[in-house]
Design a protein around this ligand. Structure first.
Ligand code: IPD
Ligand code: CA
Ligand code: CA
Length: 273
């Protein structure tokens, strides 16, 4: 039986090499920024990092498929063995010199994540998980928090900045959470946010408008850390459904209820892949 040790090793290697390239670009401060769409940035660093990450994966596993943000976009839950790569999750942060961005590498097989690695570049925090083998931060086991009272929680989110049609209800939910939790954070990298749930730093996380490569690795890290993950209707269409909700069991339920109260059922509906 495959214990995915080689896949994990390659995912870590690819993330580390990717991180070195990103650091080089931050040191040189020499990169072009282009717009793929409204508020959708891409830099030379995204492209160079993706190239190297894919090269490492494809040399090790030439038979496998890849799905990657800058070169191999696709909207299909992977049937065959597929690597899902976001070379820089947090490009807007990177482009502005704001210090939170990650390399995210996942391997999916049989329509579920088997290996997930997220490396936060600035603090060199490597989050990893293999299906059935627990979640780790720099080699030490991590777990979701045990907090059950929403009043004692810290919640993570991301604000939509391309598709703005849900903003009004987003802000109403934000206000509700400001009144009913310790606070809400928006660091700017969904992969990092989700790993913060896995590590028990946040008790829950929700966001609208995410893509498969943002969440493909961190989803496994949350699950292996004992967390619960769903779309905004409590279902499992979160890879391509654009809406994601996660937390320890109690806070996942709390957020699901809060989302139900602030968005119409039409707005909560996951998009179909
Ligand atoms: C973005 C980040 C951000 C989230 C955006 C994503 P990118 O990814 O994860 O936190 O709010 O929706 O697109 O574009 O930096 O790879
Ligand atoms: Ca991303
Ligand atoms: Ca990206």
């Amino acid at each position: 039986m495959n214990d995915y040790s080689k896949e994990l090793e390659i995912a870590k290697q690819a993330a580390r090499k990717g991180s070195e390239i990103i650091i080089q670009y931050t040191t040189d401060k020499d990169f072009d920024i282009e717009l793929k769409g409204k508020n959708d940035l891409v830099t030379d660093a995204d492209l160079a990092t993706e190239k190297v990450v894919l090269k490492i994966i494809q040399e090790a596993f030439p038979e496998d498929q890849v799905m990657a943000e800058e070169s191999q976009e696709e909207r299909r839950v992977p049937e065959a063995r597929t690597w899902l790569v976001d070379p820089i999750d947090g490009t807007t942060n990177f482009a502005h010199g704001f210090p939170i961005y990650c390399v995210s590498v996942a391997m999916w097989e049989h329509r579920e994540p088997k290996v997930g690695v997220v490396l936060e570049v600035g603090r060199d925090e490597l989050f990893s998980a293999v299906k059935g083998q627990g979640a780790y931060l720099n080699g030490s086991p991590i777990h979701v928090s045990k907090t059950t009272d929403p009043a004692n929680t810290l919640i993570g989110t991301g604000f939509p900045y391309r598709d703005l049609y849900l903003v009004k209800h987003y802000l109403e939910l934000f206000e509700y959470l400001m009144h009913n939790t310790h606070g809400v954070r928006r660091p700017g990298s969904a992969a990092f946010d989700m790993c913060c749930v896995a590590a028990g730093r946040y008790d829950g996380f929700y966001e609208y408008s995410l893509n498969a490569w943002d969440v493909a690795a961190a989803s496994l890290i949350i699950k292996e850390a004992g967390g619960v993950l769903s779309d905004w209707e409590g279902g499992d269409n979160w890879l391509f459904g654009k809406r994601i909700l996660a937390g320890n069991e109690a806070i996942h339920s709390f957020l699901l209820k809060a989302v139900e109260e602030h968005f119409t059922s039409e707005e909560r509906k996951a998009e179909q892949a």
